[in-house]
Design a protein around this ligand. Structure first.
Ligand SMILES: [Zn+2]
Length: 158
């Protein structure tokens, strides 16, 4: 048998709640030895954020320590707040679902469940699955319906 046994990819999903808080899963904290009060640095890579232990300078590159806005602190029960600079650099919103993966380079946070965003304008508010796999906010849905009615009327006249 040549079936490659891949390590199952562990992914956790947490919601970004009021105050830009979310909970780092205990499995990840345990695996990394992160505890209450551990200082983490956040590096933004595209629309992902990589968390690693502050002061862990194995890369030897410019460290985040000089940028206070990129540091975050692990609170009790793994609660942490997304630093202000990170909020600006990512397009995350409150209520965002974050996929959390433990990777060799750090703990990677990525906004997931993008399908719950309005496909048309990207908004998260008032979004519903209007047709199978089509998520639209109420405003875009109304526009869509109006356009369909107009098009329908035109094709009836033809
Ligand atoms: Zn929309």
């Amino acid at each position: 048998m040549f079936v490659e046994k891949e390590k199952p990819e562990r992914q956790y999903v947490r919601t970004l709640t009021t105050g830009w808080r979310f909970t780092l899963p205990s499995q990840i904290r345990k695996a990394r030895g992160w505890d209450d009060g551990t200082v983490l640095r956040a590096d933004v890579a595209g629309d992902s954020v990589i968390l690693s232990e502050a002061g862990d300078r194995q890369g030897g590159m410019g460290s985040a320590e000089e940028i206070p806005g990129m540091l975050c602190y692990l609170g009790s029960g793994g609660k942490m707040v997304i630093p202000a600079n990170v909020r600006e650099m990512t397009s995350w919103n409150l209520g965002e679902r974050l996929a959390i993966k433990d990777e060799p380079e750090g703990v990677v946070l990525t906004a997931c469940c993008q399908r719950n965003r309005c496909r048309s304008c990207g908004r998260l508010h008032g979004v519903a699955e209007v047709i199978d796999n089509l998520f639209l906010c109420s405003e875009c849905w109304r526009r869509y319906v109006q356009r369909s009615i107009v098009q329908g009327a035109q094709s009836n006249e033809a």
